[in-house]
Design a protein around this ligand. Structure first.
Ligand SMILES: [Zn+2]
Length: 478
């Protein structure tokens, strides 16, 4: 009886999504057909990227198969963008508007996991796609491909550009690309990210700076003649003490976190070098600038107290995401007309089982489209290099379900779901949702104008600049 009820419900849901798709414009229907037509290839690409599971700036095989596929489909591909060997741009069409779509493909350290409901790595200690970026990159490319085919058929006019953006989890890959100006001529840019809900991502991110603070002193025997030493570790400890006293006097939107990179080798040698890796975040770039100044003063004070020298080095920094309401509303309209995702009983069981294995209560998988929420003034929970892009070009961001409800992110559950049909469905849905939103931008110049007017007004006098050291990214040892 329950099975029959489930079957009737599935048929109703199918009819619902069918009738909603019936109302779509011919161009949007063609885009959806294009994604369906390429779904096997797109799924195979995402499974390959999932298997390669390459971390930031090491995504050589992932970048190679994605760019080769784009080239085979007729895109003009530029590799080695901004000196990053895994960054590429795939472009098709000519003239305005120029609409971009972003795609990441880097994995996370130590999260290797099979596509199953019990925790078991493919190879212990290896990386895994705990943020779903295997889906992210391919989903964006699938949308660009659908648009490319519409331009080719003369149904829409303009240029589509897919950005293969490496190193999101570390090194701020997009900021290196942005510094080269490769986003400057875009009219609008879109992106999506895997999630456990389908919704417009109209919440901002935190602005951040990432610094290494190093102290240099003088070694001596810690018991025989410590008075001849100047301890770099003393300075590092005083620096962190200063940061921790400063915590009382920062706004609730601020987050400051650090680790010791270097703190001496053995207790009987006074350490002559010590360094701290520190991240400072606030809801706005302007707030982070205040933290940066204080942090540098605290480093100077610590060095003075310990009688050592110090250096602060900016590894990178990210802007908060600028949310454009007009873009969010346009995406919402497209999500509403597309409808949600339905899951098979096997997929629902997979979701239930994996959450129980993770030690959490199962809340199922949520394939419904959420209504648009107001943008919160102070975002929490992290930073993204998409933030920088949003100060160069108006950005429209989407979240799509690829994992069970309330899945803890950067976990083995995300890896497992990203390598099977729950992840695949979300990825193909993202391609469709992005493509149909892009069609509105190509066919309705007023949409582009409204979005850009809001972008210019919100950006105000802020002049975006890359918060990076000169030259290519300096890679850390794993
Ligand atoms: Zn991510």
């Amino acid at each position: 009886m329950r099975q029959l009820a489930a079957l009737v419900l599935m048929m109703l849901l199918h009819q619902l999504s069918f009738s909603q798709n019936e109302n779509l414009s011919p161009a949007k229907k063609t885009a959806l057909e294009s994604v369906n037509k390429h779904s096997k290839e797109l799924t195979a690409l995402s499974d390959s990227v999932w298997t390669y599971a390459e971390t930031a700036l090491k995504e050589h095989r992932s970048s190679a198969i994605l760019s080769a596929y784009a080239e085979k489909q007729g895109f003009k591909v530029t590799r080695n963008v901004a000196g990053l060997s895994t960054a590429f741009i795939a472009e098709y069409g000519s003239g305005k508007p120029i609409i971009g779509v972003l795609g990441e493909f880097d994995a996370l350290q130590g999260l290797s996991q099979k596509a199953q409901t019990t925790k078991e790595p493919v190879t212990l200690g290896n990386p895994g796609h705990g943020c779903g970026h295997n889906l992210l990159g391919v989903g964006g490319l699938g949308a660009a491909l659908a648009i490319k085919e519409l331009i080719q058929k003369n149904i829409i006019k303009g240029t589509v550009r897919f950005y293969g953006t490496p190193a999101e989890e570390d090194y701020a890959g997009k900021v290196y690309m942005a510094r080269e100006g490769v986003f400057n001529d875009l009219d609008v840019c879109l992106d999506w990210h895997p999630d456990y809900e389908i919704k417009v991502n109209n919440q901002s991110t935190q602005a951040i700076v990432d610094y290494t603070v190093s102290f240099k002193g003088k070694s001596a025997h810690a018991a025989a003649d410590p008075w001849d030493a100047r301890s770099a570790l003393d300075a590092a400890e005083l620096f962190n003490t200063g940061i921790n006293f400063y915590r009382e006097h920062v706004k609730p939107s601020v987050r400051m976190h650090y680790v010791y990179l270097e703190a001496g080798k053995i207790p009987n040698v006074v350490p002559d070098t010590a360094s701290v890796w520190i991240w400072l975040r606030d809801s706005k770039r302007a707030g982070v600038e205040v933290l940066e100044d204080r942090m540098k003063n605290i480093a100077q004070g610590a060095a003075l107290m310990a009688g050592v020298s110090y250096k602060t080095f900016l590894n990178n920094g990210l802007y908060e995401e600028l949310v454009i309401d007009k873009g969010a509303e346009l995406l919402q309209r497209n999500l509403d007309s597309l409808g949600g995702i339905t899951y098979t009983p096997e997929e629902t069981k997979f979701a239930d089982d994996i959450m129980k294995q993770f030690g959490m209560e199962s809340k199922g998988i949520d394939g419904s489209v959420k209504p648009l929420k107001p943008t919160a003034p102070d975002p929490v929970g992290g930073s993204s290099d998409v933030g920088d892009i949003s100060w160069i070009v108006p950005e429209i961001s989407l979240l799509v379900t690829t994992a069970p409800k309330e899945t803890p992110w950067h976990s083995w559950v995300v890896v497992a779901c990203g390598g099977m049909s729950i992840g695949h469905k979300g990825m193909l849905y993202a391609s469709k949702a992005l493509a149909s939103t892009m069609i509105d931008l190509y066919t309705n110049p007023q949409e582009v104008k409204d979005i850009r007017d809001e972008f210019i007004a919100k950006k105000g006098s802020e002049q975006w600049h890359a918060l990076l050291p000169s030259g290519p990214p300096i890679m850390r040892k794993d």
